[in-house]
Design a protein around this ligand. Sequence first.
Ligand code: CTP
Ligand code: MG
Length: 555
Amino acid sequence: CFILLASLNKISLVNRPAGAGTAGVLSLCVGSEDRTPKKRFSEVQNERREQAQRTVLIHCPDKINEKKFLKFLSQHGPINSHFFYESFGLYAAVEFCQKESVTSLQNITRTPSLGPEAAIPFKSRYLNLKLRNSLNQTSELSSIQCSNQSSPSSKKLYQLLCCAESVDDQLNTLLREFQLTEENTRLRYLTCSLIEDVAAAYFPDCAVRPFGSSVNSFGKLGCDLDMFLDLDEIGKFTAQKTSGNFLMEFQVKNVPSERVATQKILSVIGECLDQFGPGCVGVQRILNARCPLVRFSHQASGFQCDLTTNNRIALKSSELLYMYGALDSRVRALVFSVRCWARAHSLTSSIPGAWITNFSLTMMVIFFLQRRSPPILPTLDYLKTLADAEDKCIIEGHNCTFVGDLNRIKPSRNTETLELLLKEFFEYFGNFAFNKNSINIRQGREQNKPESSPLHIQNPFETSLNVSKNVSQSQLQKFVDLARESAWILHQEGKDRPSPSSNQPWGLAALLLPSVANNMSLSKKKKKPASERIKNLLDSIKSSGAENSTATNGR
Ligand code: CTP
Ligand code: MG
């Protein structure tokens, strides 16, 4: 009773606005437990990639009989898992146990006839399910249970935070509500895998790998999907050792530089995605950027995607952040709260500009945790000393070596609460000598700034680069002012917390409330004095009550 149609890029004979129907990027699913990852990064990447290759994405009618649907699909082989979600319609991601099942399914899938439109034939794993004799089946159809797909509304979040038992509980609640769910993570790998199928038409042995917040364990629901086209596997084949007196080389086209090669490859893949990529809309080729990229929306998953190539170092920094996130359960909770705090006060933005980025904020939290006594996180140099031969990694002349086995790193002896750490984070950066010091997670201590950018955070692997070069003095000042105010609010809170029945926002909820931002804009008129006054008040509280500084065990 089902018909499967290949999802194709349709060429309409009627004029349609470019990118129609793509408005809004979907926020997917909400998690319910802290799933701090423990496996080696490369293991997770390989497992997820292989899983994605056995998975198909199916656009379904709004109502469907789930049991019959699965029975229909299992004619092609056993199904390992599946889930439904909504994104401009109902979708199912179905993971078969074997790759062959996907081919078998593709073999019975037809190319649609589109009436006035014409189809570009392309056999992808993104399919369309239609009901045959839909009238006869109506009585058997039922609504499908979709995995929860949206992050909580602000109202719901404040309610959850206000009902929490302590500030620590609030931070963990926020993490639980915003972290990527299992389904969302699968969808990210699946989207990369579908893009890989398109790129493989040109480069059969390529891989499209996700990096950035989709895989570094700091991704918030709704974050973009960074992916890179990895052509190294193709290079490897030419590097295989041969015996005898002869050496065989491929005839290739030469271009003036690595950058030009990257631009040419991305230009072609961008064109491919635009013209033939099912579900890829709004394709922009941004080839003159420092790191050339192709940006597009993947309609079916709802992800805003940035595709780059030749970006192994960024994958390595994703691995490093993943390691840090997995080392101590406080790390992710703190990073999520700082990221949400920065978003709530418009310190970060989805539009590129002079704003601080989530990546920079994460580096700041890591650095702060390296500076605690005893440290909560080890320095990158220390992680390098634990590396073995297998971990050795040099990329474009940069030493990116550090230990990959999490079990070789001893847990921290530091027992500070999240409440204390959040408050101290704001105080630390509210008083940081940004004018002369650089943040450096490789050594875990401040260094003299090598250049005059307002904010200097050394790239952990390309050490001559500043990851926050884009940040303006005024944006940095806004960060400092808000950090001081937030430290002040948490200090006051600790002394005078409203009772749960009063329904007053407290702790983290008070920091995230728009009213805090409003207070800030009020204080903006006399910004500097207010900020200085808070700093002085905090200093005097600290010096008079140092012994109280650890008495912050929640409500
Ligand atoms: N990156 C970098 N240097 C920068 C910016 C980015 O090395 N100046 C790398 C980092 O590995 C980062 C990745 O590129 O994780 C993706 O960048 P971006 O999307 O800006 O950051 P995310 O960490 O993915 O955070 P977000 O959730 O805001 O997308
Ligand atoms: Mg990103």
